[in-house]
Write a protein that binds this ligand. Structure first.
Ligand SMILES: O=C(O)[C@H](CS(=O)(=O)O)OP(=O)(O)O
Ligand SMILES: [Mg+2]
Length: 226
């Protein structure tokens, strides 16, 4: 399997298979939303689009990163989300990096969104595809975020070598700039357990597949019990 690791701005053409990685925190949050019962996640282009979608579907749940904001129901925090019942709900998510990365590859034939919490399920799906070439989109810090690069490299190895040890990859993620910033405290929209929750390898049995449904990019769980 030929693998490429690219930042969002490095994407020049639609890859065939893309794995969009955002460990802290968008796709850890997405996985928790499915674990809490969400049916699907619509990835919004902008905060205004998220609010417009919610206005058209008042039962949808709008989620944005940063501090709590008017019109939004939730923030981008796994620690805060894990106590919310989302049974059967549609979540609309807009974040700085993760959702932008997924939307940047919306023309790809297969788009997976991933973090450590769905690593093995993601690797398993890649194995079933038997793809010649997989593009990993390292969403944070324009491709330099080490928590995302480490996770992408781990999933790429796991897709070919089932016994790959996660320890070194987790160590890098734990020492990343994003982990340090989240651990600093004092920020709204952050729970003290967020970093630890983002570093739980294989916490969930499902992968997450994003695809265009009409004009919307929609993320759904794949496999497992999700
Ligand atoms: O909410 C997040 O973790 C980040 C935004 S910030 O860097 O923490 O402010 O967005 P994401 O798209 O999940 O990386
Ligand atoms: Mg991130």
């Amino acid at each position: 399997m030929d693998t490429r690791f690219l930042g969002i701005s490095d994407l020049s053409e639609a890859p065939s298979v893309a794995v969009v990685v955002d460990v802290m925190r968008a796709f850890t949050v997405a996985a928790w939303a499915f674990a809490q019962g969400a049916e699907k996640i619509v990835l919004a282009e902008s905060p205004n689009e998220a609010l417009a979608l919610k206005a058209g579907h008042p039962d949808w749940v709008a989620l944005k990163d940063g501090p709590p904001a008017p019109g939004f129901d939730l923030v981008n925090s796994p620690g805060l989300l894990r106590s919310v019942d989302l049974g059967g709900r549609t979540v609309v998510q807009k974040t700085t990096a993760g959702t932008v990365g997924a939307l940047a590859v919306k023309e790809a034939s297969l788009v997976l969104c991933a973090g450590f919490v769905v690593a093995e399920a993601t690797a398993r799906l890649l194995r079933t595809q038997n793809s010649d070439s997989v593009t990993f989109v390292v969403t944070g810090e324009d491709g330099q975020a080490d928590e995302d690069l480490a996770c992408a490299q781990y999933i790429a190895l796991r897709a070919t070598e089932a016994g790959t040890d996660a320890a070194e990859f987790l160590r890098r993620a734990a020492q990343s700039r994003a982990a340090a910033e989240l651990a600093e405290g004092g920020r709204q929209g952050v729970h003290p357990d967020d970093v630890a929750l983002c570093l739980e390898v294989d916490r969930f049995p499902f992968a997450m597949v994003a695809a265009l449904e009409g004009s919307l990019m929609v993320l759904r769980p794949w496999g497992g019990s999700g």
